[in-house]
Design a protein around this ligand. Structure first.
Ligand code: FE2
Length: 374
């Protein structure tokens, strides 16, 4: 018996922030970062919460660690709120998820958990995942728990209208990698496929527009929806070694998650589709990539060429969005990277995302893939 579930209620569109009016008279904690706390989006949230008793924790950092989560929980516990709102990108949402989980474990039940993403990428508003950084071991840990699902996601395109182009590209490529990895993962189903296909369609059409013209509200809304759809897909299907490698590298060398994914993705796709024939028949993963290529308009005849065409579309979009093609483009010294490869490969091998990669990998495969990025 299989299951596909969507636990989070979605409110979307340019007036969706008015949902917060329902919290009139309640104690509310907002988890966000110092920059976001000063923005018009935060002002809009505060306006909608004018009749609520609001406490703000605005010390979320990129790549949240145990210390930030503990700080946030102390503020949360002191306020004893009825609702927890998180406003921000993946780091703010993941911090709030960890706070919500600790609260559940401490018996603080019935807290309405609302996620308002201000980037279009992580899909974190729809998932039970949070990525926490362990600074002692320089690793990122992907956690999953039923206690980390937001009850409500508010997808307001006005909340992403001023996202700068670089962040738009980074987060957009994260969403793209979620859709593609979910589509070929060992856990994919007809239901997750539908989400991944639609997300991919929307991202290929609208992500370049949002990169070139951030004020285009329609394009912003479609990319915001796409990131959420990709989140639903990977929540149910799982991911693959693009994410395992990205988590490993990102834990050691500070670089935006989506930018790392953009760097890694074509290499991993070629690896996953590498043996075009498996046990005398076409590699099913190659066929899946070929399907996506055909869906996006590649017209070549053979599966090999369709896969190459699809990987070519990714490389093309990567260039259009000025994303890195080599590890050195990220400012990482090659000798430091080479020295770290054995440890990075071990970390990636044990990442939970490796379990659902469509092709089984050895530590030697991962080391070879990492060397290919130099
Ligand atoms: Fe991701």
């Amino acid at each position: 018996m299989d299951r596909f579930q969507i636990k989070t209620e979605i409110y979307y569109g340019a007036d969706s922030m008015s949902y917060l009016n329902r919290l009139d008279g309640q104690r509310v904690v907002i988890v966000t970062d110092a920059f976001m706390a000063t923005t018009d989006v935060m002002a809009q949230v505060r306006q909608a919460l004018l009749n609520a008793e609001v406490t703000v924790f605005d010390r979320v950092k990129p790549n949240p660690n145990i210390e930030v989560i503990t700080d946030a929980f102390m503020v949360f516990a002191g306020a004893r709120p009825q609702a927890l709102i998180t406003l921000g990108g993946g780091s703010s949402i993941d911090t709030a998820k960890a706070v919500h989980k600790i609260a559940q474990e401490q018996g603080m039940a019935d807290i309405l958990f609302i996620a308002i993403p201000t980037t279009s990428g992580s899909g974190s508003e729809m998932t039970s995942y949070a990525v926490i950084t362990n600074e002692l071991t320089s690793t990122k840990i992907a956690m999953a728990s039923e206690d980390m699902y937001p009850d409500v996601a508010i997808l307001d395109p006005l909340a992403v209208l001023t996202t700068p182009p670089r962040l738009t590209a980074d987060t957009g490529f994260d969403a793209l990698s979620h859709a593609i990895e979910a589509y070929v993962s060992t856990g994919h189903t007809d239901f997750s496929d539908a989400m991944a296909e639609k997300a991919l369609h929307l991202l290929f059409e609208y992500l370049p527009i949002t990169y070139d013209d951030g004020k285009n509200l329609e394009a912003r809304e479609r990319v915001h929806n796409a990131a959420c759809l990709a989140g639903m897909a990977f929540e149910n299907a799982g991911l693959g070694i693009v994410h395992s490698l990205s988590h490993a590298i990102g834990g050691t060398f500070p670089a935006p998650h989506g930018r790392l994914n953009a760097l890694i993705m074509p290499t991993v796709m070629e690896f996953n589709a590498g043996n075009l024939r498996v046990s005398g028949r076409l590699n099913p993963t190659a066929l899946r990539y070929a399907q996506l290529g055909r869906m996006l308009g590649t017209t070549t005849a053979t599966t090999r060429n369709q896969v190459a065409g699809f990987v070519g579309l990714i490389r093309h979009l990567r260039r259009d969005l000025d994303m890195p093609e080599r590890i050195t483009d990220l400012g990482i010294p090659p000798y430091e990277f080479v020295a770290a490869i054995p440890q990075l490969a071990q970390t990636a091998l044990h990442d939970r995302c490796t379990d659902t990669n469509p092709r089984e990998v050895t530590v030697g495969d991962l080391e070879a893939l990492l060397r290919f990025l130099i």
